[in-house]
Write a protein that binds this ligand. Structure first.
Ligand code: PLP
Length: 372
């Protein structure tokens, strides 16, 4: 049996979420875009699911757009804002902490002639708000930040960022909430668009969500075919919408016990690692306890990942979708230490992680460090 410590990349679906998915997939298979009664019944499930999801997020149901995951939601937010606002300005601001579905969309825009500026990261992992203020201009149409980054687990001050952005008439705020859901309280006030994906909180892969505040203008990425929303054509997955609302309800409902459990595991792990002089902890002290990014002097992150995998432990070097054998961008931006960024890797914990798993992992890690 392997020891899975990569819950930031993916979480196992909760049985109750799977049950909901199976039930709806079996009973409501008609196309929700069809106008007959079976289609209307499927559409009703989507409406009810979105109402529930919106209620949990404190927003309106018609502010939610179903997508195939957070990558699509981020692309829709970034490229959709670019297309809709190109006459107002062609400048965007973002950070070194973003997932590749944000940074890649921005690079794509840069290749189309857009100007992109990245905010500096302070030694404590926080976005430099003074630098952010100095970067936003009258032609800046989007500021894209993550609420929690996937490599270090830093928590960014979204409400302060929102206050800064609100001082600029043309600028909108996109927040990648993908790693925030289930790890910190979610607050979408002052945010124009936000993305999330239930496979990060014990839901299913292949489904995601873009929140788009009323009045925020974006253009769709996919054209052709009317659907439940003008922003995303294609047949919406009724069962996935129901499963997403179930996963979100469970995540919010069980937030405190889960958080406490993970905090305890993180404390034990940090205490253990503090005793090893070759270990440098990269995640700030106030990062979410679910993510612990470390570097071991003299061992590259990718080598460590392989050595651990050989012993049955699954961890990640950077996020699952990034380029291998390059230094971690977030660790580099925070520490300015290339060697440290090259040897960084991520342990991610869950309330499902057992004490036995953590003990075995710590033993295996000590052994690897001693012998390499
Ligand atoms: N944003 C962040 C912060 C992530 O961690 C991830 C996945 O690792 C994504 C976006 C992409 O999510 P998805 O795999 O659902 O496209």
């Amino acid at each position: 049996m392997s020891i899975y410590l990569d819950y930031t990349a993916d979480t196992p679906p909760d049985e109750r979420v799977l049950y909901e998915y199976m039930k709806v997939a079996r009973e409501q298979f008609a196309n929700p875009n069809s106008s007959h009664s079976a289609g209307a019944a499927a559409k009703k499930i989507i409406d009810v699911s979105l109402e529930k999801t919106a209620g949990l997020l404190g927003v309106l149901p018609d502010e939610l757009i179903l997508t195939s995951g957070a990558s699509e939601a981020n692309n829709l937010a970034v490229k959709g804002a670019a297309r809709a606002n190109r006459r107002r300005g062609r400048h965007m601001v973002s950070t070194f902490l973003e997932h590749s579905s944000v940074s890649g969309a921005l690079t794509y825009l840069q290749e189309q002639g857009w100007e992109i500026d990245l905010v500096s990261i302070l030694p404590d992992g926080q976005i430099d708000l003074e630098h952010l203020k100095s970067l936003i201009r009258s032609d800046t149409v989007l500021c894209a930040v993550c609420a929690v980054d996937s490599e270090l687990g830093t928590v960014q001050p979204v409400s302060e960022i929102s206050r800064i952005v609100s001082g600029f008439e043309n600028c909108r705020l996109h927040v990648d909430m993908t790693q925030a859901v289930g790890k910190i309280p979610v607050d979408l006030s002052g945010v124009h668009t936000a993305s999330l994906a239930p496979h990060k909180f014990y839901g299913l892969k292949g489904s995601g969500l873009l929140y788009k505040a009323k009045g925020t203008v974006i253009e769709p990425l996919i054209h052709g075919g009317a659907s439940t929303t003008i922003y995303r054509s294609g047949t919406p997955d009724t069962a996935a919408a129901a499963a997403m609302s179930a996963a979100l309800e469970l995540t919010f409902g069980e937030y405190e016990e889960r958080f406490e459990r993970v905090s305890g595991l993180n404390r034990r792990l940090r205490e253990h690692l503090a005793g090893n002089s070759r270990v440098m902890i990269n995640s700030p002290d106030d990062a979410v306890p679910h993510i612990l990014n470390i570097s071991v002097r003299g061992i590259k992150g990718e080598d460590m990942r392989r050595l651990l995998d050989d012993k049955g432990v699954c961890v990640s070097v950077k996020s699952a979708c990034s380029v291998p054998n390059t230094p971690s961008r977030p660790v580099m931006a925070m520490t300015h230490d290339r060697k440290r960024a090259l040897s960084s890797w991520r342990i991610s914990l869950s309330h499902l992680t057992t004490d036995e798993e953590l003990n075995s992992f710590m033993e295996i890690l000590d052994d690897i460090i001693e012998n390499n």
